[in-house]
Design a binder for this molecule. Structure first.
Ligand SMILES: C[S@@+](CC[C@H](N)C(=O)[O-])C[C@H]1O[C@@H](n2cnc3c(N)ncnc32)[C@H](O)[C@@H]1O
Length: 372
């Protein structure tokens, strides 16, 4: 049986190499995800996360032998999650990489028409390769293409020398104008010359060095929890399955726009060439308090139907009053007979937003733990 320690410390086994797969804003620290699963569930139990992000909770559940089910609306988070739960074979991914690369010359002229941002961010060689990947990879339907695309997403931007791009943050993409001005100011107007095949092969070799992770019966649905959960409730009622751990972290009201943060990765997945606000439900900053309330109410209301009598509800949320009070009120409404424990994560070194440079003392995470 795999020990949590082997996964969170070092990279000696496949499960630890894939565990951190996918830079994503507000992700669970790895040790925290494993500790919660280990403490509040046992092998063979069913776990659910309706706001799965890059699937830290679901991965921990699967690696530790729990049936685990996630839902994620953002294609970037979903792709990281679905791939780390079941990556395709390395040989097939390598063949596909070579195939995509062989088509790159079709994009010689296309790159000339691209905004300055892209020309400063990527060398011509990299940009042609990315356009080829963007046109040909069927990442939603084909697992080999999904694996290759997710590797490209991970390294699409990051520190100079660590990713395919000019100097950029790894967790979120800055705006086009801001980036261009920043590169000019720091005399970084020339993107790094990178051979995309050599670069991606190196990353594939590292990731697959210990093989593929062994993950027990786990998956993540690409969709909106307010819709998908109703279908899951329907199926669970037929099969009689009950979940014993609800382990999640909803988006925080008015804080993060997961679509704006990931605009460049969304471009690679076929989205707009320029950053655009989505203007679609559950795909923005969650500014409307009414909509936010409806989201939590619908999701936790449906989860309540799925949970076993003696279940645990573990919700990490924002410390700020509105999000915290509302979340607590809704959880109390649906899990009225559970005991409640609140843990403020103020003094921990690595809260999920602090990891990304948020040092404000007014913000922070808070855990609501409900048990029976
Ligand atoms: C705080 S993050 C979760 C991070 C996650 N715990 C991790 O470790 O990566 C909240 C996630 O909820 C997702 N989300 C927001 N509304 C959703 C909805 N209606 N259905 C499914 N996912 C949703 C966001 O896209 C975001 O990835």
């Amino acid at each position: 049986m795999i020990k949590t320690e082997d996964i969170v410390k070092g990279y000696k086994i496949a499960e630890s190499r894939w565990a951190r797969f996918g830079p994503y804003y507000a992700m669970f620290p790895l040790d925290f995800a494993f500790e919660v699963v280990e403490r509040y569930s046992k092998e063979g139990d069913f776990i659910i996360d309706p706001f799965a992000g890059r699937c830290s909770s679901i991965y921990a559940g699967g690696v530790l032998g729990r049936h685990s089910l996630g839902i994620e609306i953002n294609p970037v988070g979903w792709l990281y999650g679905t791939v780390k739960l079941d990556p395709a074979n390395k040989e097939e991914v390598t063949d596909r990489l070579l195939e995509i690369y062989s088509k790159q010359n079709y994009y010689k002229r296309a790159i000339e028409r691209m905004p300055l941002f892209y020309r400063m961010c990527y060398s011509d060689e990299v940009l042609k390769f990315l356009l080829s990947a963007r046109s040909h990879l069927n990442w939603q339907k084909n697992d080999v293409d999904a694996t290759l695309m997710s590797i490209l997403l991970v390294y699409l931007h990051g520190k100079l020398g660590e990713g395919l791009s000019n100097q950029m943050k790894m967790s979120k993409a800055m705006g086009m104008k801001y980036s261009v001005e920043w590169w000019k100011k720091h005399k970084l107007t020339k993107p790094p010359e990178i051979n995309p095949i050599e670069f991606v092969m190196k990353k594939l070799n590292w990731r697959y060095k210990k093989g593929k992770p062994e993950v027990f019966d786990s998956r993540v649905i690409f969709g909106d929890s307010t819709i998908e959960l109703e279908k899951i409730v329907h199926k669970a009622q037929k099969s009689g399955i009950k979940f014993s751990l609800l382990f999640t972290s909803p988006p925080y009201c008015s804080v993060t726009d997961y679509y704006a943060d990931q605009w460049l990765r969304l471009w690679l997945l076929g989205g707009s060439e320029v950053p655009k606000s989505k203007q679609e439900k559950h795909k923005g900053r969650f500014v409307s308090k009414d909509d936010y309330c409806k989201l939590l109410d619908t999701v936790f209301g449906n989860c309540a139907v799925l949970m076993a009598e003696k279940s645990t509800i573990y919700v990490r949320t924002d410390k700020r009053k509105f999000t915290f009070n509302l979340t607590l009120e809704i959880l109390k409404k649906y899990f009225s007979r559970h005991k409640i424990k609140i843990i403020e994560r103020l003094f921990l070194k690595k809260t999920q937003t602090e990891m990304h440079g948020n040092k404000s003392t007014e913000t922070g995470e808070i855990d609501i733990i409900m048990t029976k």
